[in-house]
Design a protein around this ligand. Structure first.
Ligand SMILES: [Mn+2]
Length: 328
């Protein structure tokens, strides 16, 4: 485990810096975008010049977040910043090739994350694997050290926490998570509006993807494992956009018999993206993903495999099925 800096040391470094870049992982989810914008907006209120940087930009489903219009993707020119912060990103490479090249010359990289496998690649690190979302770490950092928190910051950090906890349902959700939500509501945050924007504003294509998922999902191990293969043809047919599939896997976990669910997705270069979830502490999907070069959290992990998709699925599910049968 890397040695953590204290949040006080990180807050002091942020206060000292004049120009800051804030970055998160490729294919950003709600926690990545919400954490980047929550921290970026707070630091801007503090008078810092802040570059919010995402290799793949903001997916359409999160474009409602305040500040999302200020996010830039890496361009040609160098960045004149004296501090970079990587959020929610388990490995340095996962900020993206172009982001990494752009940020390599920056004198100090601060790495803030909740993925247990994070090796501590920053000059300063704060890895808290007990935190259900990076957004929760950022909220604690801001509130403990008197950094600005306004409604726009709350909207971003609430969305980060809500999406990474499956709306406060997953096992990592703790009392602090609910206290943060309560503090935000006390401060006037309209959480019903955010719920509508995050969970009730899907494009029809997402439901078309879900229809295919329900029609073609496959069960194994007596219904304890369920999986779905999201193939390129379907993506083309529905004109899939980034963000359309975020959280789709959580529909699979609704099934009573299911202990673990997996989505396989065709991605560029003949690769297959694997997303795996567990509903039982005894089934560690991060260990299985690690066997295929991936990783993540015990109950939520991912990997990238060589295609074709049905062969990758067969290999992965074989290992998962053995693991699930072991807990009988
Ligand atoms: Mn996260």
């Amino acid at each position: 485990m890397p040695v953590n800096s204290t949040t006080a040391e990180i807050a002091a470094a942020l206060r000292t810096a004049r120009r800051v870049a804030v970055v998160a992982h490729v294919r950003p989810d709600g926690d990545a975008v919400g954490s980047v914008l929550g921290l970026a907006l707070s630091l801007r209120t503090l008078g810092k010049e802040v570059i919010a940087l995402l290799e793949d930009g903001v997916p359409g489903n999160l474009a409602f977040l305040p500040g999302s219009d200020t996010v830039i993707q890496p361009g040609a020119g160098p960045l004149e910043v004296d501090l970079a912060v990587a959020l929610d990103t388990a490995t340095h490479e996962r900020i993206g090739e172009r982001c990494k090249a752009l940020l390599d010359p920056v004198p100090l990289l601060v790495n803030i994350d909740h993925h247990p496998a994070n090796p501590g690649y920053g000059g300063m690190n704060f890895i808290d694997s007990d935190s259900p979302a990076t957004g929760q770490i950022i909220y604690n950092l801001l509130s403990e050290h008197g950094l600005p928190i306004d409604d726009a910051v709350r909207q971003n950090l609430f969305t980060a926490i809500s999406t990474d906890t499956g709306s406060f349902q997953f096992s990592c959700t703790n009392a602090r998570t609910h206290r943060i939500a309560a503090e935000m509501i006390d401060a006037g945050l309209d959480t019903a509006r955010l719920a509508r924007l995050v969970y009730q504003s899907y494009p029809r294509r997402r439901l078309e993807l879900m229809r295919d998922m329900l029609n073609t999902m496959e069960f194994r191990a007596g219904g304890r494992v369920v999986s779905w293969q999201l193939k390129q043809k379907l993506m083309d047919d529905v004109a899939m956009q980034p963000g359309d599939t975020e959280g789709l896997i959580d529909t699979l976990r609704m099934i009573d018999s299911v202990v673990s669910c997996v989505v396989f997705e065709d991605v560029a270069g003949g690769k297959v993206r694997v997303s795996a979830r567990s509903k039982d502490e005894r089934v560690d999907v991060s260990g299985i993903c690690a066997q295929f070069g991936g990783g993540g959290h015990r109950m939520a992990s991912g990997a990238r495999m060589r295609g074709p998709i049905n062969e990758a699925a067969e290999k992965f599910l074989k290992v998962l099925e053995d693991e699930v049968r072991r807990i009988d």
